[in-house]
Design a binder for this molecule. Structure first.
Ligand code: NAD
Length: 362
């Protein structure tokens, strides 16, 4: 199969491979769509077994960013980049400077940020060579750690779901099973507890788990046991693909609302959940707070202003309206929520592409 026939290629506008002999940089940047603005998406450093595997991953993630940015109503397209290598042993400042030069050569059609294996410090190294990176800390524009905003979005999504399913404005009497209490899950657990939820939680980091559980009066279970917890809501905040054929029959929750990316192992799982009457709040709608926070840095830079929490709040409120629309349409159109979310994102991308085409023709 050639690149252009691969299902993941999905009409990418551009795919760019970079090699730097001196630092050993091997990177791929994929630009799925610039219809809504410059493509923005994180940089993942991962020890891919082959370049083909890296290519497959970057294409899938980049398309996902087009959808996430559109659904969050940001004036940004979708893109992503990957650096092939072991983030624990192969990172050097020079590698990220070379990466910065590579991104710079794209002239601003793509902006990179942190992702798995890439830290704020790494992005700061790349920033020495290019302005086309975001997610920096410090400075008047810097948006810093996006996790608290992501957690706030997941929390509000949980309240939205509780209003629909249980007709209540807080979480009193509801049990939430939280998987992963790291950056996002930790903040989320505090908010859920404060809103009256009973929490059952797990993490592979037992010291952190004990600390977060103690302050939230939560029950602790072993990592694999989280799927068997009798909970009203399952909140995946650790890994992707935890909604899969193996876990599906073990989960008893009526709703799934969590921060993790790519929760559905396959789209088919989303359809099965829908048919079983489980409300799946689509991951990339629920967790869009983080990219909104990053976008605020771009907005500040473009306007010459400073990071603006009010701008972030406006976008987050709009995202929650979109979640309401997704749930409402899923109900009335009898379609799984993830399909409705995709349709909304695709319509927004298409509208922007049509607008651009009209402007070009005029
Ligand atoms: P994190 O690494 O800080 O937290 C993840 C936690 O999951 C860690 O505490 C880790 O020990 C735990 N974990 C790992 N494997 C586990 C397992 N098998 N069982 C239970 N726990 C396990 O990451 P984060 O920034 O909190 O992000 C959590 C998820 O949300 C990720 O999927 C991430 O892609 C997604 N996400 C994060 C943001 C953000 O703003 N940080 C934004 C959007 C999406």
């Amino acid at each position: 199969m050639t690149l252009f026939d691969s299902p993941s290629f999905s009409n990418h506008e551009g795919v760019h491979a970079f090699y730097d002999e001196k630092t050993g940089l091997k990177a791929i940047a994929a630009v799925h769509s610039t219809a809504r603005g410059p493509a923005v998406g994180g940089t993942r450093m991962w020890n891919y077994a082959t370049a083909a595997e890296a290519l497959e991953d970057v294409l899938r993630l980049s398309r996902g960013m087009s959808y996430k940015n559109a659904v969050a109503d940001l004036e940004m397209g979708g893109g992503k980049s990957v650096i092939i290598g072991d983030s624990r042993t192969q990172k050097t400042p020079e590698l990220f400077q070379a990466f910065g030069r590579a991104i710079n050569s794209l002239g601003g059609i793509y902006y990179a940020a942190e992702d798995v294996g890439v830290s704020v410090e790494d992005i700061a190294e790349a920033r020495k060579e290019t302005e086309f990176v975001v997610g920096l800390s410090g400075g008047k524009e810097g948006s810093g750690d996006p996790s608290p905003v992501t957690a706030e979005g997941v929390f509000r999504s949980t309240l939205t779901v509780a209003r629909r399913l249980w007709k209540q404005d807080d979480l009193t009497g509801l049990t939430v099973a939280v998987q992963g209490i790291g950056h996002v899950g930790g903040y989320l657990a505090d908010k859920l507890h404060k809103a009256g939820a009973r929490l059952v939680m797990t993490d592979v980091n037992t010291a952190l788990l004990e600390e977060v559980a103690a302050r939230n009066n939560a029950e602790i279970v072993a990592p694999d046991a989280i799927y068997d917890v009798k909970a009203d809501i399952y909140a995946p905040c650790a890994l992707g693909a935890t909604l899969n054929p193996e876990t599906l029959d073990r989960l008893s929750a009526r709703a799934i609302v969590g921060a993790a990316n790519n929760q559905l192992a396959t789209p088919e799982i989303g359809r099965i959940l829908f048919e079983r009457g489980v409300l799946y709040a689509p991951d990339y709608v629920v967790n869009g707070g983080g990219i909104i926070n990053v976008a605020s840095e771009m907005a500040a830079r473009n306007s010459g202003g400073a990071y603006d929490p009010a701008w972030v709040e406006g976008k987050l409120a709009r995202l929650m309206e979109t979640l309401e629309e997704v749930l409402e349409r899923s109900n009335s159109e009898k379609r799984p929520t993830h399909e409705v979310a995709d349709a909304i994102a695709e319509a927004r991308i298409q509208a922007a592409a049509d607008e651009k085409a009209r402007a070009r023709a005029a």
